[in-house]
Design a binder for this molecule. Structure first.
Ligand code: SF4
Length: 698
């Protein structure tokens, strides 16, 4: 074991030891990636690495990361998008890697997992130091109800857990039940003031992370750490972002604000216990106005601020401010320890309401400010919400009279506001999000750290340009590397585009598509993963084909997704149909997955408020909005979907895309260049023959 940091073995030697220790074989792509990551860390230059499935990319970044931690004494942060990858790193890769590298490093590599505060049990809240919000008590924990049973399970688990980590609870519990036992970072009293601070699970996790060489976290916490004034993660100068194709979406979710009767109601309930009734009533009335307005407003993007909405947002904002003022000085808590938790919770909810209402008004420019100034148009007749006409006006370069103004507004617009329809107990909700998080990432994440971004899918249309733009990186500030894939795509897989089929329409799954799917599945003898662009299409195909085929057909939603994938993997004859989470979350090596069917190119829905606003903004600033937003989104998902086919060196099969536009549209080259280099055909007979052969060999 080297005593001195200068005696550390080079990355290549550590990687060989790691691969040998783990009983694997060294792969050229893995070696190349590990060297590149080591060089990037050394030269403090950002790096984007595309590494196909089977490369062994986690070892390729963990080995140089651990070496850097040993050399510098600082932690390296590894961020993932999914819990599955976090678990794989913490439960499997890192312990084995620590065993394999221990003798070559000055100390055994230590690692820890760190999540956002709301993921840990709050002992203070549990001890009833912070009474629950009335609305969260719609059920009685003693009642025999699903939520009541979950609450009981959490209480039982709380007596035994050593980590307080919500993900330990199997099966999982609902957000509603978990909220009774957790606080957000803003609601937390702070360990110094909290009576349970010494035993706080979130604090213990932070402490463990502070001593680790590698800290595994998620993109949301990474974003919060980069953007907030206070440090959430331990001191670090290197970040590895795995599943980096998800970074922009995850960061956007973190910075999306929301306002509804629920968020206002929560603030009223929390403040109502502490301030004069009349002041709280004013916020309640403003919340009721908001509820009445949103109940009749059409869902979708809000392009111009209707006067009624502007006035209501200003009312909500001002009433929340009056409550904040009535609560008194924020530092009053030390004289009032009894109510510290209640006051903190009230301030958090009120700040959220006040700041979000202000942010929504700001999204429409300074004129939208405080006096309800805005467009005269009624909110419930907001014709400007028609995304198609808005897109047309932006892309036509202002052919109509208002075009130039609209374009200049677009150029300067920084945030998008939209209304989401109510669902079940969730009321209609106004949301606000930035058009781009690139500037934010550039300043806050890439500013003073070395960042390595990796995924199996980063090069879209053959280059990293689309994603690097979304990350806010400029030419010369980063390098890109594609280490390829160990799979022999042209010999192991076929990409079939059904050019003889009609283009997909708006009215559900065409009959010809159902026939085509049936023929392909029959040829494959089941073994099919059907990836549909909507749940409606997945259900329609399942219903139609259950009648026609004699293979078992599962559909997402029939059971938990993990259970369905297990059933699908366990029986080769079984087919599984579904939508978004299956596009990225299925890892089934072997003959159970021989055919991947994709019904249509997965463009964002035309009424997707954020995507359509981003598209329009790019067009207004002189770019190609469709290629920068819609085609990029589709390319990423297509590559992820097609990536479900080959999961091990022995896998073979077919990716069948029913949407003929993949071969015929003007943008098809960009999409095709984003996919693995399968052998391509448009001949249905050839494909069915190949599937029959594969089935016979299996
Ligand atoms: S420090 Fe914060 S999270 Fe921890 S127990 Fe106290 S209030 Fe809860």
């Amino acid at each position: 074991m080297p005593k001195d940091r200068s005696e550390l073995p080079p990355v290549e030697e550590l990687l060989t030891a790691a691969v040998t220790g783990l009983g694997g074989v060294e792969r050229p792509g893995q070696v190349k990636m590990a060297q590149a990551v080591g060089d990037a860390i050394e030269s403090e230059e950002h790096l984007a690495v595309q590494a196909g499935t089977g490369t062994g990319k986690s070892l390729a970044y963990l080995v140089p990361a651990i070496r850097h931690a040993a050399e510098s004494g600082d932690a390296v942060v590894v961020s993932t998008a999914t819990i599955a990858l976090q678990r794989q790193l913490v439960d499997r890769d890192l312990p084995r890697l620590a065993d394999a590298l221990e003798s070559l490093l000055p100390h055994r590599p230590e690692f820890a997992i760190l999540k956002g505060r709301r993921n840990y049990l709050c002992r203070h809240k549990m001890a009833a130091g912070m009474p629950e919000d009335e609305d969260d008590q719609l059920f009685d924990p003693r009642e025999v109800s699903a939520t009541g049973r979950m609450v009981q399970r959490i209480q039982d688990w709380a007596n035994e857990t050593e980590t307080g980590d919500r993900d330990e609870i199997v099966p999982g519990v609902s957000d509603q039940a978990w909220r009774q036992f957790s606080v957000t970072a803003r609601e937390c009293l702070g360990a110094q003031r909290c009576p349970s601070g010494a035993d706080c699970f979130a604090e213990l996790a932070r402490e463990r992370a502070g001593e680790a060489d590698v800290v595994v976290t998620n993109h949301a916490l990474l974003a919060i750490d980069a953007m907030e004034d206070f440090a959430v993660l331990p001191e670090h100068d290197v970040v590895v972002v795995d599943e980096a194709h998800e970074l922009v979406d995850r960061v956007t979710s973190v910075v999306t604000g929301e306002l509804s009767e629920s968020t206002v109601g929560l603030a009223v309930r929390r403040a109502g216990r502490l301030i004069e009734q009349g002041v709280a009533d004013r916020l309640q009335e403003a919340g009721e106005d908001l509820r009445a307005l949103l109940a009749v407003a059409p869902p979708g993007r809000v392009d111009t601020l209707p006067q009624s909405l502007g006035m209501t947002l200003a009312l909500v904002r001002d009433a929340a401010f009056a409550c904040i003022t009535a609560l008194g000085p924020r530092n009053k808590d030390k004289d009032d320890p009894e109510n510290a938790g209640l006051r903190k919770a009230a301030f958090t909810a009120l700040d959220e309401v006040h700041d979000t209402a202000q942010r929504m008004l700001d999204a429409f420019g300074p004129a939208a400010g405080g006096d309800g100034a805005g467009d005269d148009e009624d909110m419930d007749s907001a014709g400007s919400r028609d995304s198609a006409s808005a897109r047309d006006s932006a892309s036509s370069g202002g052919a109509n009279g208002g075009g130039t103004d609209a374009r200049s507004e677009e150029v300067h617009r920084a945030e998008v506001v939209w209304l989401e329809e109510g669902r079940g107990r969730i009321p209609p909700t106004l949301r606000v999000a930035p058009l781009s998080v690139g500037g934010m990432l550039r300043d806050k994440l890439f500013g003073d750290r070395t960042v390595v971004l990796t995924s199996a899918t980063l090069a879209l249309g053959g280059t990293f340009d689309s994603l690097s733009r979304q990350w806010g990186l400029r030419a010369g500030e980063w390098t890109g590397l594609d280490v390829g894939s160990p799979f022999d795509h042209p010999r192991r897989g076929i990409l079939y585009v059904a050019t003889h089929l009609p283009q997909p329409g708006r009215d559900g799954l065409p009959e010809a598509y159902v026939d085509e799917i049936a023929e392909l599945i029959e040829a494959a003898g089941g073994r099919t993963l059907g990836l549909f662009s909507s749940m409606r299409a997945a259900k329609a195909a399942t219903e139609a084909l259950r009648e026609r085929l004699d293979v078992p057909l599962l559909c997402q939603g029939d059971d938990s997704t993990s259970q369905l994938v297990k059933q699908f993997a366990g029986d080769p004859a079984t087919c599984l149909f579904g939508t978004l989470s299956l596009w990225q979350g299925v890892d089934v090596p072997g003959p159970s997955l021989t055919l991947v069917i994709i019904d249509r190119i997965p463009f964002p829905r035309p009424d997707d408020p954020l995507a359509s606003a981003r598209q329009r903004h790019v067009a207004a600033t002189g770019g190609n909005g469709f290629m920068a937003v819609a085609a990029t989104h589709a390319a990423l998902l297509l590559a992820q979907g097609a990536g479900r086919l080959l999961r091990s060196m022995d896998d073979r099969g077919v990716v069948a895309v029913l949407d003929p536009r993949l071969a015929t549209a003007r943008y098809s080259g960009f999409l095709l260049n984003s996919l693995p280099p399968f052998w391509r055909t448009t001949d249905p007979a050839k494909v069915r023959e190949a599937l029959r052969r594969l089935t016979a060999d299996a």
